[in-house]
Design a protein around this ligand. Structure first.
Ligand SMILES: [Zn+2]
Length: 181
């Protein structure tokens, strides 16, 4: 997770930081057979910050770390597009796509690929783009969490845009309560 603002998601393995209790909190969902997906905006390819290979390596490392804690993801869905891009970026990804959150494309793709009813789905996100995508896709419940502020984010950009937001742990507990009700 990453702070709101111009900061793009982590894209190099060295920048990847798991929320300290991530696997411990997510494992019960896996054990209960609840599929967990990651839906992420990754505009850095069209901005020249990294390549598709860097992103795939980072996601592979994320899955390794989660698996070590007993958590398997059912899928990772990335929007690698950006409507404007930047000099040095890969122009083939500079496009006004339908999957960059707050658009619903990543979420509707998950539903289609896996035969899921999104009104039964729960989404945890850390930005207004996440919240917008959840609403546009008809997600059953959305919980906004505070960005997990990473050491790799420069101090000036460590913003906390949603003081009312939940901690990740609180959001997980609400999600668990909703699933068991
Ligand atoms: Zn996209």
């Amino acid at each position: 997770m990453n702070p709101e603002g111009d900061q793009d998601s982590a894209y190099f393995q060295s920048q990847l930081e798991l929320y300290p209790q991530a696997t411990e909190l997510l494992r019960p969902f896996c054990e209960a057979g609840v599929p967990i997906f990651l839906a992420t905006n990754q505009p850095g390819i069209s901005k020249g910050h990294f390549t598709v290979d860097d992103l795939e390596e980072m996601h592979a490392e994320l899955e390794r770390r989660l698996k070590a804690g007993g958590v398997s993801l059912a899928g990772i869905y990335s929007c690698v597009h950006h409507p404007v891009g930047k000099a040095g970026g890969d122009p083939q990804y500079v496009t006004d796509c339908d999957c960059r959150k707050p658009k619903p494309g990543l979420l509707t793709a998950i539903a289609q690929d896996h035969g899921l009813d999104l009104t039964q789905a729960i989404m945890i996100g850390d930005s207004s783009a996440d919240e917008g995508a959840a609403r546009a896709a008809g997600i059953g419940a959305f919980f906004l969490v505070r960005a997990f502020i990473s050491e790799v984010v420069p101090p000036a950009r460590r913003v906390v845009p949603f003081p009312e937001a939940l901690t990740f742990e609180q959001a997980i507990r609400k999600a668990a309560a909703r699933l068991s009700s």
